[in-house]
Design a protein around this ligand. Structure first.
Ligand code: RIB
Ligand code: CA
Length: 335
């Protein structure tokens, strides 16, 4: 069992990632913390509870975190995730007060008590604030897997920047700097790999066929997101970034990448850009594992087997990919 905290900004793909994490027997989710990103942290906290309710895991506590980035003005992503942050599904709220303890206090107390991994699915504001207060706590995080950034992929909220690191670039830079100073590797699940993970209408239909209840939840929260992808990029489906960060945490063989030094631009035209020193110009010790390849079929097997109750623990049968035979194959890493 791995002890883990999931820091997120639910958000449609965050909610799907929480479904996967909550279904994984090998994870001991010590708590979920929210941060302002797609939606403000308080809205995200309620949405995290809605996802945990769907997973039958309201035993997992949710703590509200930073309401604004460290310095940048806060810009949400409601144009992509809907006014409610879950694709305007407006699911019924989960009753009950939230813990008085803030996400920051929860992170600090937990890491003081025991080593805990972190899967970060939103802007890194909560973690950056923690490292500013208690830099030594970096040592208490055996793995930090962050959905964010991009290497050779274009950005998704500017030509060169991915949203989580654009929303709070100072926080992202503080976290990579903290990992550099500690001589540790921060695992970056960026757009180079997550953009290969597209929930298509046929995959959604397959999910509804195998597990109508989970399928209905996924359809309810992704309809808006699919419309957004069609209008913005002409994609028939929607890129679900965050579930890959959880899947990769569970099975690192799903992705390949480069250990390199990385810094984050914090202002100006290229704000939020992850500058990866692929050719080692700066002769600095690597502080990041920049993922560049993903076994897409392997992801879908893990994701669908995890969240579809209708499978009763059986592995998800392969979905026929365009032009590929169904059945046992070597991982199909896509560049
Ligand atoms: O750029 C994609 C990331 O930004 C995802 O984590 C999405 O949920 C938003 O937080
Ligand atoms: Ca997110």
């Amino acid at each position: 069992m791995s002890k883990v905290i999931i820091d997120c900004d639910p958000g449609i793909d965050d909610a799907l990632a929480l479904l996967l994490a909550a279904s994984a027997p090998e994870l001991e989710i010590v708590g979920v913390t929210t941060v302002s990103g797609n939606v403000p942290a308080d809205v995200g906290a309620q949405n995290a509870r809605k996802a945990l309710r769907q997973a039958g895991r309201l035993d997992i506590p949710v703590y509200m975190g930073a309401m604004a980035p460290l310095q940048a003005p806060y810009t949400d992503a409601r144009d992509t995730h809907g006014q409610d942050g879950l694709g305007e599904s407006f699911l019924p709220e989960v009753p009950g007060a939230f813990p008085a303890c803030s996400a920051g206090a929860f992170l600090e107390e937990t890491l003081e008590r025991e080593e805990t991994a972190v899967i970060a699915l939103g802007p890194l504001t909560n973690l950056a604030r923690l490292f500013q207060r208690r830099p030594e706590l970096v040592e208490r995080i055996p793995r930090l897997v962050s959905m964010g950034g991009n290497f050779k992929s274009h950005g998704n909220c500017s030509p060169v920047a991915e949203y989580n690191y654009w929303c709070d670039p100072d926080a992202a830079q503080i976290c990579y700097q903290a990992f550099s100073q500690a001589g540790k590797i921060l695992e970056m699940v960026g757009l180079d790999v997550t953009r290969k993970i597209v929930l298509t209408p046929d995959r959604l239909a397959y999910m509804e066929r195998l597990d109508p209840e989970t399928g209905a939840f996924v359809r309810a929260i992704t309809r808006f997101y699919m419309d957004f992808h069609w209008e913005q990029e002409g994609i028939l489906g929607c890129v679900i970034n965050d579930p890959l960060a959880v899947a990769y945490f569970l099975d690192p063989s799903l992705c390949r990448g480069l250990d390199r030094f990385l810094a984050v631009e914090t202002e100006g035209l290229c704000r939020g850009q992850t500058v990866v020193d692929a050719m080692d110009f700066w002769k600095k010790q690597p502080n990041s594992r920049v993922l560049t390849q993903v076994d897409v079929r392997g992801f879908w097997r893990l994701f669908l087997s995890g969240i579809l109750k209708g499978l009763n623990g059986r592995p998800a049968p392969d979905l026929p990919e365009e032009g590929k035979a169904v059945g046992k194959e070597e991982p199909a890493y896509e560049w």
